[in-house]
Design a protein around this ligand. Structure first.
Ligand SMILES: Cc1cc2nc3c(=O)[nH]c(=O)nc-3n(C[C@H](O)[C@H](O)[C@H](O)COP(=O)(O)OP(=O)(O)OC[C@H]3O[C@@H](n4cnc5c(N)ncnc54)[C@H](O)[C@@H]3O)c2cc1C
Length: 384
């Protein structure tokens, strides 16, 4: 969807570069069908690869019976018991609904649903400030829809805030309405089927309403641990996050049960890290290697209309860890969204005289701009 939105932007800009093109209308149904076919073909490809490697595949919903046995329930309700020496939990997470908000569950959708909508969501309110919220609002705007994003406090909280400002300013300039410091109170369905949302401005305590075709909640994700009967296996979770506690080997509190990906505590919620953690775990279980997954300095990209790739610490985190006087932020040429790169580096400072200068090096690098996902390739040579 991000790519579809970028293409629309290019068609819009093309006449300025001498191309004689009309702005064609966007066909949501066609795009949705292509996405669904692509996902289905990926699933099919994975099943074929499993079969080729003689891996048995069961389409079951699983839960523990005891530390060595799970019960799988098929779509038709048929139960199958499976036992194994080692068990890997990789059940990911699901979007969270703010159930304390009246009408949220009845009338809202989440980012998991938007990719499967057969028809355009129309005028949409996206509630949230994470990359998921901003990406959804960004591509809906890019597809020509009226999109508003409602942010309670800080957008892209875990990211460098200077870069986060560039991303949101660019979105606002390109047509996304951004409501800051606001939180929804209720969602009601009107007689014409549209949704009326009432929200409050947290600074002024003033209430306001707006009418939308779709309300999309992007207010966080919950790990899929509740239906697993983890207590029957003795697998411990963090009571606050519900995520599974793991060690460097990806082992849970039960040594032969492992957890990888979004369901595991303290892991970055990213596809490539989940895949790599799984590969390395498989190699260790087959005694082919003893390599552990390195979760430090994993590059990531936010696919907002102005893409933003980064690796390492945000400026805020670097200052908090090392002190303002030791952190130097250097920026590439350009202003605003045209800025090409920013680096957060650590000055060498004299520590205790007998120890000599403490190490200096690069803590982070950010890149806002087209194809920012390639950022991992330009990581600095000297990481701390
Ligand atoms: C809108 C959005 C955009 C994202 N964009 C990016 C991105 O650009 N780059 C990136 O790296 N990451 C991105 N992510 C994050 C990425 O999707 C996750 O980090 C990744 O999918 C985690 O993989 P996983 O294997 O842990 O879980 P999942 O991919 O969620 O897979 C879990 C699987 O387990 C199954 N399952 C659950 N419970 C059971 C059970 N009881 N029995 C059997 N099966 C079960 C589920 O059906 C699912 O198939 C995005 C996420 C969202 C929501």
């Amino acid at each position: 969807m991000h790519q579809a939105a970028l293409l629309g932007g290019m068609i819009h800009d093309a006449p300025h570069y001498g191309w004689k093109v009309a702005q064609p209308p966007h066909n949501w149904g066609k795009m949705a069908e292509a996405i669904q076919n692509h996902v289905k073909s990926l699933n099919w490809g994975h099943r074929v690869q499993l079969q080729d490697r003689k891996v048995k595949y069961f389409n079951f919903k699983a839960s523990f019976v005891n530390p060595h046995m799970v019960c799988g329930v098929s779509k038709g309700g048929e139960e199958t018991l499976l036992s194994a020496d080692h068990i890997v939990i990789a059940t990911g997470g699901r979007p969270r609904y703010p159930t304390h908000i009246e009408g949220a569950l009845e009338y809202g959708i989440t980012s998991d649903d938007i990719f499967w909508l057969k028809e355009s969501p129309g005028k949409t309110l996206v509630v949230g400030a994470s990359y998921v919220a901003l990406e959804c609002a960004g591509f809906l705007t890019g597809l020509g829809l009226d999109a508003t994003v409602m942010i309670r406090s800080v957008p892209l909280r875990a990211f460098d805030q200077q870069m986060a400002s560039l991303v949101t300013e660019h979105m606002a300039v390109h047509g996304t309405r951004i409501l800051r410091g606001c939180t929804p109170l209720r969602v009601e369905k009107l007689s014409d089927g549209r949704l009326q949302v009432t929200w409050v401005d947290l600074a002024s305590d003033k209430k306001d309403t707006g009418t939308f075709d779709t309300v999309l909640w992007a207010v966080g994700r919950v790990p899929e641990t509740r239906g697993l009967n983890l207590e029957k296996a003795g697998v411990r979770t963090n009571p606050n996050t519900q995520k599974i506690l793991v060690d460097a080997q990806e082992a849970t509190s039960v040594p032969h049960i492992y957890a990888i990906g979004d369901v595991a505590e303290g892991r970055p919620e990213l596809t490539p890290t989940a895949i790599m953690a799984g590969r390395l775990l498989a190699q260790r279980l087959c005694s082919r290697s003893s390599d552990l997954m390195d979760y430090d300095n994993v590059p990531t990209t936010v696919f907002t209309p102005l893409e933003y790739g980064c690796v390492g610490l945000s400026e805020e985190e670097a200052v908090a860890r090392h002190g303002e006087e030791r952190v130097e932020v250097s920026q590439g040429p350009g202003e605003g969204a045209a800025r090409t790169q920013a680096c957060v580096a650590l000055h060498p400072v004299m520590a205790a005289p007998h120890r000599g200068p403490r190490q200096a090096g690069v803590l982070a690098s950010c890149f806002p701009g087209p194809a920012a996902w390639q950022g991992g390739a330009w990581g600095p040579e000297r990481w701390l």
